[in-house]
Ligand binder design. Structure first.
Ligand SMILES: [Zn+2]
Length: 215
């Protein structure tokens, strides 16, 4: 598994995930076969045809299942490869002070670290934003007016413990794990994406299904 973060054997493929995955594939096959069956069975009850929006919905469901099997090893990978620092905000702290506070609180212990990934959370643990920096904590401070820092009740900052260039994979991993509300674009289709196993697998699912089930 070239460039993988962890071996495929670590995926947690529960019976429920396996069953739902197969069920969706069977639905796709059934609709695909409906066109063939229609050649000699034009009766109305022979089943629906494969339509694009329906198929694309099924692709998304398949991709979600793949990602859920990946989450446990992905979470362990993040924990193993990073040191996490958490900054909590008391009520009453001015909104635009929060990003500045993150920098001030972490400066002493981690001020020399250039590479980091951060996750902002609202009250109720909803993730607002996942982002990364290769310019250290300044990147966080410079976003003091950003809505996701202003509305945060907590910011987690992850500092890689390895010298390898893992920032993009780490940002991608945390995006899978945290589901941020504010997302400019998915940390996109670039070469490093090979290093994120969930993304690589979902891209394969997407390509395979489009090829086998044209709509
Ligand atoms: Zn990914």
């Amino acid at each position: 598994m070239k460039g993988a973060l962890y071996p495929r054997s670590e995926l947690r493929i529960t019976p429920s995930i396996r069953k739902r995955f197969r069920h969706i594939l069977n639905e796709l096959w059934r609709r695909r076969a409906a066109e063939l069956i229609a050649i000699l069975d034009p009766s109305p009850g022979r089943g629906a045809k494969l339509r694009k929006t329906w198929r694309d919905g099924k692709i998304n469901s398949l991709m979600d299942l793949v990602i859920s099997a990946h989450l446990p090893p992905l979470r362990r990978w993040v924990a193993a490869k990073t040191t996490r620092k958490r900054v909590l905000f008391n009520r009453g702290i001015p909104k635009t002070e929060k990003a500045v506070i993150v920098k001030e609180k972490l400066e002493k212990s981690c001020g020399r670290e250039r590479h980091l990934v951060y996750a902002c959370f609202a009250r109720g643990r909803k993730c607002l934003k996942v982002g990364r920096s290769d310019k250290g904590l300044n990147r966080i401070r410079n976003q003091k007016n950003a809505i996701y820092f202003c509305n945060a009740s907590r910011v987690d900052v992850y500092f890689p413990v390895t010298k390898k260039k893992i920032l993009p994979a780490l940002e991608c991993a945390l995006t899978h794990l945290c589901h941020p509300i504010y997302r400019d674009s998915w940390p996109a289709l670039t070469r490093w994406r090979e290093k994120c196993p969930p993304c690589r697998d979902t891209m394969r699912v997407d390509a395979f299904v489009r090829e086998i089930f044209p709509a």
